[in-house]
Structure formats: C-alpha cells, structure tokens
Design a protein around this ligand. Structure first.
Ligand SMILES: C=CC1=C(C)c2cc3[nH]c(cc4nc(cc5[nH]c(cc1n2)c(C)c5CCC(=O)O)C(CCC(=O)O)=C4C)c(C)c3C=C
Ligand SMILES: [Fe+2]
Length: 441
C-alpha cells in the first residue's frame, strides 16, 4: 500500500468537500464535522460556507513535486480530508508560518473531541480559501463569525497541521493506552536554556501560507474556536522559510547562511525517517512527530565574527553554501578531507559535521524551519532567531542529534534554545471524521 500523499481532487465541487457524511450524534463516539462547524459558528448553516463558486482549486499534490512557482500562487489550495498525511509536512514549504502551542483547560475527553472536530472542519474550509461563516451577517446586531481579514486573499497555499502533546495521554482524558511507547516530553538536553512559558503544550497548530495574513487569520479564528477548552501557551510568528524542500531554492537563515541544503527531499527518505508505520499505535499510521524549538540568536555577537570563523562554525561557505571540503553547494561533504594545515577541512565541531547523517549512523530528520523576530529586547538588542520545526517518526532522532549538538556544536556560542515542544501528528482524517478521531474509538 502506498503512503504517498494523494493529489487534491481538483474536480470535486467545493460544496461536496464541505458536506459532512456521518451523523451528528456523539453516541457512537464519532462527530460529524458539519455538526461541529455549525455549532462552532453559532448554528450558522454550513451550506453557506462551501459554495461551489468559491476559490478555484489549483493543482498541488503536497508531495513536493509541484513546482515552486505553482505552489506560491495565491490560488494554490491543499485538501484537508482524504489525504494520507496532514498537509504542512511534505507540502512545499510556504514563506510564512505561525506556530502555536495550547494548554487544554478541560478534563473532559468529549470537549477535546469537539475541539478537534471543529478545528478539522474549519481547517478544511480555510485551506480552500473559504471564510468560516459570515464576514458580514445580514442582521445588524449579529457578531460576524469570521473575523474577515483574509476574506479577499485566496487560499495562498494555507496548511494548518494539528499536533497532540504528551499531556493528552496523561490521566485527564483516559487515553493512556493509546500513548505511543516512544512519545514523552523531551528530556533536558545539553545547553538547554528553556523558559517555562515557551515550553510544552497539549496541542499545537502550525499554520503556513504564502501570505502572512492568511496564516494569521487561520490561527486567530481557530484560537477563538478553542475558547473554553484550550488557551494559548506559547507562539512564534515565522517569516522567510529557513529550510528547503524538493525543487525549492535554498533560503538563508538570519545568520546569512543557506539553510536546508541537505534536508530530506525524496519520498524514500520520507517513508524511512518521517512517516510513522503505525506498528506501535495504529492511529499514528501515516502520522509523524513534530519537534518545535524557539532558538534565540545572539545576532550582534555573530555580526562581529570574522567570516573565516563563521564558515568554520557551520562547516560551509557563506556565499555559495558549499561544504568546506568542496566548492559547490550540492557537493557531498567529505569529512575525511584535510585542509592545508592538516586539520579536517570541515571542523569536527562544526554544525554540519556533528549533524550529518554520515556521522550519526545514517540518522535524518525533516527540517521545516522559519526565521522569527520579536523586535528588540529591553536592552536594545535584536530579539530574533530560528523557529526550528522538525518532523521524524521517532522523537529520539531529535534527542540524539541535539544531545550531540548541545554539547560541542561551535554554533552554541551564538544561539540559545529558549522554547520547546514535542507533538504527535496524526494522519489526515477521512471525510466525515476529524484529526485524531481514531483515538477515541
Ligand atoms: C537537532 C537538530 C538541529 C538543530 C536544533 C539545528 C539548529 C540550527 N541549524 C542552523 C543552520 C544550519 N543547519 C544546517 C544543517 C543541518 N542542521 C541539522 C540539524 C539541526 N540544526 C541537520 C541534520 C543538518 C544537515 C547536516 C548535513 O547533513 O550536512 C546548515 C547547513 C545547510 C543544510 O544542509 O541545511 C545550516 C546553515 C541554525 C542557524 C540552527 C539554530 C539556530
Ligand atoms: Fe542545523
């Protein structure tokens, strides 16, 4: 059986995609998304949301095979239901992102089900470029259900990816038997300078889009839906993708280096390192784990470092992005090659020497990171860095790499990991279901 993402059905009318197929009664443990989206919008008729005359669907298959230009069109839309994997992982990386971690304020499993069902229904609409109900209600005294700021913008390749934190499987919801054996809060790792207010969370939303206002609108309206069930714990607004996917040019991080050159790009690597096989927990088949880290950069210090040292920190040249053992960006690093001084051309404590799969028993992770800035801090220093987001089928992959990097990476002089979260990302739901529905059966 293939676990490839299936292409969006470009011929499916929007109204069909919007229609729920299962009964709305919670008795069977299944909730129809029609019922929950309707409930979430104050009983508004859902038919009004999914008119066939809505945004045209651009062809985009989420596999990374769409050309960069095609995936950056404002009309690009990614399907939510009936895909193998949630969008926003293998999807060609968009230019903007907002990452949010939430704490659940309920201890009732059915509240969690309702939230996941309402989020699923809403995300399906948002990814199609639809508003979540009326932007301008017909009654003057009615409160608009959609906040409206993305009404004319188109889908812009929006993807919203839902993750479940380890807390979902604690005593509160009776889901402990569904907890994957490999899933737990990340341990304290070397060099961690984590702030409690930027760490952990029961749920995560990663919204990515080509237009930042589209991503912002999605998070704003999905957070409104969570009122009474979950509250925001920490959030990072990312800009300027700092990783590359298949067919994408390599962007630069805020240290000015090309980032993402040797990222996972091929389907075979996605199968081997990213997608969960469901052997341990069947509900995770086609899912993955998400690790999010807010990494502060000491930019003023970095900006005074001389170029030879900057290049030795990463083990790559700044302009071309070539490994220091070669001349071109795509040259395969030769970690055995010696420089004129007899030392390794790529220093052993450089970032790439420590992180490369050749030096980690073949281990790879998918990086899907963004730059971020929070302006200046109280001392007038630049408050910026990397919203590091990675996907893998075993969180131990991140722990292994970061244990090594945290100990001796030359980059540590210029960065601090201040935020952290790990989340299980279920596969995409089928029509009439919702993300994580299999957990509650
Ligand atoms: C634990 C995993 C990693 C963290 C945390 C991390 C932080 C981090 N990385 C950069 C910049 C670059 N990283 C590059 C390569 C690279 N990084 C990781 C892992 C983590 N990075 C891996 C697995 C790799 C690939 C190594 C290889 O196979 O060669 C690069 C080089 C270009 C590239 O291949 O992407 C840069 C540049 C920053 C700035 C940062 C924290 C702020
Ligand atoms: Fe890195």
């Amino acid at each position: 059986m293939t676990t490839e993402p299936r292409p969006d059905d470009v011929s499916a009318p929007a109204s069909e995609a919007a229609a729920g197929t299962s009964p709305g009664a919670p008795a069977s443990g299944r909730f129809s998304r029609r019922a929950f989206l309707g409930a979430g919008l104050g009983g508004l008729a859902v038919g009004a949301l999914g008119g066939a005359g809505g945004t045209a669907w651009a062809r985009s298959d989420g596999s990374g095979s769409a050309s960069a230009a095609a995936s950056e069109s404002p009309e690009t839309a990614y399907a939510f239901y009936d895909q193998v994997h949630q969008a926003g992982i293998q999807t060609p990386q968009q230019h903007h992102a907002i990452f949010v971690s939430y704490d659940l304020t309920t201890t009732d499993a059915s509240d969690l089900q309702v939230l996941l069902a309402r989020w699923s229904a809403a995300i399906s609409e948002l990814q199609r470029g639809q508003s979540l109900g009326a932007v301008q209600p017909s009654h003057a005294n009615a409160v608009p259900t959609d906040t409206g700021e993305a009404a004319d913008l188109g889908p812009n390749g929006l993807t919203v990816t839902i993750g479940l934190g380890p807390g979902v499987f604690d005593h509160r919801f009776g889901l402990a038997e569904h907890k994957p054996a490999k899933f737990a809060d990340l341990p304290q790792l070397p060099s961690d300078q984590l702030e409690k207010s930027l760490t952990g969370g029961d749920l995560s939303l990663q919204a990515c889009a080509e237009d930042p206002q589209v991503a912002y609108h999605a998070i704003r309206d999905l957070s409104r839906m969570a009122q009474g069930t979950a509250v925001v714990r920490w959030t990072v607004m990312g800009f300027g993708r700092a990783s590359a996917g298949k067919g994408q040019t390599t962007p630069r991080n805020l240290m000015g280096f090309k980032d993402g050159t040797r990222n996972i790009k091929d389907d075979a690597d996605f199968q081997r390192f990213v997608w969960h096989d469901g052997v341990d927990q069947a509900w995770m088949k086609g899912g993955t784990y998400q690790v999010a880290r807010k990494i502060q950069m000491h930019i003023e210090n970095w900006d005074t470092d001389y170029i030879g040292d900057q290049q030795n920190v990463f083990g790559r040249s700044k302009q071309e992005g070539a490994p220091l053992s070669g001349t071109r960006e795509l040259d395969v690093p030769d970690f055995a090659r010696k420089g004129a001084d007899g030392d390794p051309a790529i220093p052993a404590t450089s970032h790439v020497a420590l992180a490369a799969h050749e030096n980690n028993g073949g281990l790879k992770i998918l990086r899907r990171s963004y730059n971020f800035t929070d302006g200046m801090n109280a001392d007038g220093q630049i408050n910026a860095g990397l919203l590091f987001i990675a996907y893998m089928n075993d969180p131990a992959a991140f722990v292994t790499l970061q244990t090594k990097l945290g100990r001796v990476d030359r980059l540590n002089e210029y960065i601090a990991h201040v935020g952290s979260g790990v989340f299980a990302v279920p596969p995409a739901p089928v029509s009439g279901s919702y993300v994580g529905e299999a957990l509650f059966r």
